[in-house]
Design a protein around this ligand. Structure first.
Ligand code: AMP
Length: 395
């Protein structure tokens, strides 16, 4: 796996795919700088060696040139985070971009305009990728969030750099962390899958059954399993057409010696709102008119015991409707359990959009071993797929 360490960037231009797809408010200010910060290590490494950085990214889903999606809005944030001047050019290909790249000096950063102003980017257009490739001596991919897309800047461009291509520090760390969980993990290994639906995680579950010793199934998707086993789930969310699949998963897990843990009790609500009436009930006996919205106290205790006997922990998906304060306690309790296990030496990886939002919101981001920056990309890796953006560098 080629990384920055394999190159000398002195007097070289690095063309770097970063993921600066950050949220902006109505005044076009960046409201979450995590992704920009995540790319800092790579950029500074290259600058300190006397190289220069040409940064390319997408922002949102523009339909052609739309000012609201301009990367000019983020220049100030990038400047503040990198601690040096950041040049910006209002196109990502063409004569203006070419001139700006030519003028770039060692130790300097140039940010190109939004790649997705051109539909060629998402189409993976070869000629567009070739134009981008002219802007660097070495191609660095540091955008995990788009590594599962075969876009021009994430994948196709790599073919124009036979040897001179590598992973940036962030992408390398993402790959290593997931590999640590899936392939080189210390046992016992635990996967915690929560969230709304069985259907969106089914391939992940099937792939990881070969890798884990324990599986916690929580959140909304646990009700499909409970109903399939004959439990009464009231108005809880359930995918009726996935009940057979749920039983099949339990069978496969048993055959592979994987211990499956499902909540035994729930916080049930009489309405899907933060100020609904609630009661604690057995997950098998939720009254009609009530729905399970969070893991109950016994389940939290059970999960705490499982988490604390494991040495490798993967967490994807919340245990309840954590966006509502009244239903967040189960997810917060799990965060505390993982924090404790991590302090005792376990490796813990959190990934997937909603669990990342949850660990950030509840202050666990610095307490787990690694928080992944890519939602879809991480799920695809957990499904056992080869991501095109990663493959293109390895080829
Ligand atoms: P996912 O994107 O599949 O990881 O699902 C995350 C979403 O699942 C979050 O928005 C949670 O609010 C939701 N969720 C978790 N538990 C439940 C539940 N018991 N009932 C309804 N939604 C849930």
């Amino acid at each position: 796996m080629k990384t920055l360490k394999d190159f000398n960037f002195e007097n070289k231009k690095a063309i770097i795919r970063v993921d600066f797809n950050v949220p902006l408010n109505d005044a076009f200010e960046v409201t979450d700088i995590t992704r920009i910060q995540a790319a800092k290590a790579t950029i500074i490494d290259i600058l300190e060696q006397g190289g220069s950085c040409v940064l390319m990214s997408h922002l949102g889903r523009p339909d052609g040139f739309q000012e609201a999606f301009s990367l000019k809005h983020i220049v100030k944030s990038v400047t503040d985070i990198m601690g040096c001047k950041v040049h910006f050019v209002e196109d990502c290909i063409g004569s203006k971009a070419t001139a700006a790249v030519a003028a770039l000096q060692p130790g300097e950063i140039l940010l190109l305009e939004n790649l997705r102003y051109y539909k060629e980017e998402t189409k993976g257009d070869v000629a567009f990728a070739e134009q981008l490739s002219k802007f660097g001596d070495i191609y660095v991919n540091d955008a995990f969030g788009t590594a599962h897309r075969a876009h021009a800047s994430t994948t196709i461009i790599a073919q124009f750099f036979e040897e001179n291509k590598c992973f940036g520090n962030l992408l390398a760390r993402e790959i290593e962390s997931i590999d640590k969980v899936l392939n080189t993990s210390e046992k016992p290994v635990l996967a915690i899958l929560g969230g709304a639906k069985v259907s969106s995680k089914i391939t992940v579950i099937e792939n990881i059954l070969d890798k884990v010793d324990h599986l916690i199934i929580g959140g909304g998707m646990s009700f499909t399993f409970i109903k399939a086993q004959g439990g009464k789930i009231g108005n809880s969310i359930c995918e009726d057409d996935k009940q057979e699949l749920a039983l099949e998963i339990l069978k496969q897990a048993a055959a592979k010696g994987v211990q499956v843990h499902i909540p035994v009790d729930v916080v049930a609500a009489d309405d899907f709102s933060n100020d609904a009436n609630t009661q604690i009930c057995d997950i098998n006996a939720i009254p009609d008119g009530w729905e399970g919205v969070d893991a109950g106290p016994k389940s939290r205790e059970n999960f705490d015991a499982v988490v604390n006997q494991c040495k490798t922990i993967l967490w994807n998906g919340p245990l309840g409707v954590f966006e509502m304060e009244s239903f967040a306690a189960g997810t917060i309790a799990l965060g505390h359990s993982i924090d404790k296990a991590t302090k005792n030496g376990a490796f813990s990886l959190v990934g997937g959009g909603d669990s990342v939002a949850a660990v950030k919101q509840f202050g666990f981001a610095n307490k787990v071993s690694y928080v992944s920056t890519g939602g879809g990309a991480m799920l695809e890796m957990l499904e056992g797929k080869t991501l095109p953006g990663i493959d293109a560098i390895l080829k």
